[in-house]
Design a protein around this ligand. Structure first.
Ligand code: AMP
Length: 210
């Protein structure tokens, strides 16, 4: 299975990507995690990405396309993957369509903006492995500690209220048009995001025909 998850920031993209990863036994490729790891490690890519991410802006297309070409050519992607966060612009989508990678489905998780603003305010992320949790909807077993690896849970710098609004605006302007792009190609499946993570996962598997 090769699946793209297309959803607004905070719609539960990362969480559902992890669930699908476990379900199908294939890796999640999260552009946000790749970029944040590079920032932590102080690489050239990280230095460039930081200025864009902290302002809630997108990294330039040519940089992102090169990063993903390399990542998707790794052996762990051979039997499929879940793409979380790529493509995010029409240029990125066209670059993917022009490659020899065949995508099986594009999943849209539909959540209203007001809910997203509320949800992102309570989101925390593992500083070590990148797993995401929510203070209300998806609590870790121990407060402030990652269930998966024991790392410390932190609020992302780009989850500040003013940055959230800018990320949502960019989503509507730049990424939402991809819904029409993939609908036209007959690849789009839309799931309504639910309050509970498990309910959204059930809905996602239903629209993917599983
Ligand atoms: P995410 O964790 O997917 O919300 O990504 C966090 C941030 O990384 C975004 O707000 C962008 O600044 C950047 N980013 C992630 N994926 C992409 C992409 N495909 N194109 C451009 N910027 C991206």
């Amino acid at each position: 299975m090769r699946i793209i998850i297309l959803a607004a920031p905070g719609a539960g993209k990362g969480t559902q990507a992890e669930k699908l990863s476990q379900h199908y036994g294939i890796p999640t490729i999260s552009t946000g995690s790749i970029l944040r790891r590079n920032i932590q490690e102080g690489t050239e890519l990280g230095k460039l990405a930081k200025q864009y991410i902290d302002g809630g802006n997108l990294i330039p297309d040519d940089v992102m396309i090169d990063v993903m070409k390399d990542r998707l050519a790794q052996p762990d992607c051979e039997h499929g993957f879940i793409l979380d966060g790529f493509p995010r612009t029409l240029t990125q989508a066209e670059a993917l369509s022009a490659s020899d990678i065949v995508i099986d489905a594009v999943l849209n998780i539909d959540v209203a903006d007001e809910k997203i603003i509320h949800r992102l305010g309570g989101r925390v992320e593992c500083s070590k492995c990148g797993s995401t949790y929510h203070k209300e909807y998806n609590k870790p077993k121990r407060d402030g500690i990652c269930d998966r690896c024991g790392g410390a849970l932190v609020t992302r710098a780009d989850d500040k209220p003013e940055t959230i609004q800018s990320r949502l605006d960019i989503y509507h302007q730049t990424t939402e048009p991809l819904l029409a792009y993939y609908k036209e190609k007959g690849m789009l499946r839309t799931a309504q995001g639910q309050e509970e993570v498990a309910d959204t996962t059930a809905e996602v598997l239903r629209v993917l025909g599983d």
